[in-house]
Write a protein that binds this ligand. Sequence first.
Ligand code: MEV
Length: 346
Amino acid sequence: MATVVASAPGKVHLIGEHSVVYGEPAIIAAISLRCTVSATRSESMRIWGRELHQTLEATPREWATSLEQACAIHRSCMQSKNFRPLFDLMKKKPMNLPLVASALVLEKLSVRTGANIKIRSDIPIGSGLGSSAALAVSMAKALSTAYCYELSSDEINRIAFEIEQFNHGTPSGGDNSTCCLGGLIWFEKRPPVNIIRQVEGAIPGNLSNFLLVQTRKREKKTGQLLQIVRDLPEDFRVVRVKILGRVTGEMFGALGRKDAATIKRLMNEAQQVLAELRVSTVEIDQLTEAIRRIGGGAKLSGAGGGGFVICFHEDRKRLEETIRGMGYSPCEVQLGVKGVRLEASA
Ligand code: MEV
């Protein structure tokens, strides 16, 4: 039986996280860390991945029952706008993302048999770099191809978004769109049809003076961080969401003009607002403050609560020295890489 291998990149938010969930734009780049899924058709289901610490095995029927349960809870959470029951369910073994993701893809394809699946990922989990979105996208691509479906990028992206909803409750769809399409994405959540533009052509240069820095792994999942923002008093939240939307619009122009001073100012403004939305940490505040002091720009990237910080300075050497001086190592990743792709099919 043929084994299909597909991979998808992680992503980094240049700007616009959290506010994008409320309809404001975000600018997001695909990064050169990837999640790779191999899938071989089989009668039963078997999933192996380093992070799973065990091989998950079940009959397709058991898989389908887990998915039905997750769908029912997700529906009732959507009504109550409280996603805690869903996150509690997803923490219970063996209910986890790879399982729900594979079950959902097969259900969409009306496939009643299973697959042998292997997952490998270079994307740190729960760090703001889109590990779950990259998994959702590469799973949809590998499994659909193994079952001889030639799904378009839009179809892969739609399935990946449904998978993301189990993990995050009310994601914007920006993460999976970036992991699916790759490059640099301008994203606006406008259901039923989101605005998704590939904008690397509008941004000259290779985004080379951005550096990523990993702070402590976060304790909360993306969905829980979204819930923190959702639970803030509405007036307080709405004002800040609007500021982030305005700052993202200005950032697009500044990137196009290569206007370093404005890029840095906007990153710092976004960090300030994200901290007010309670998704920064002491560690992130200290690191971003140190970069601000040398005249740079820095902000958390992704859901926050720990994880990666994105930093910018025209003087890359000085930026690197400051990051090292704070006890961190800058992470070498390329921004704007290709989206989902088939690696092999044998
Ligand atoms: C998470 O990577 C980015 C958030 O804006 C959530 C989302 O867009 O779904 C925090």
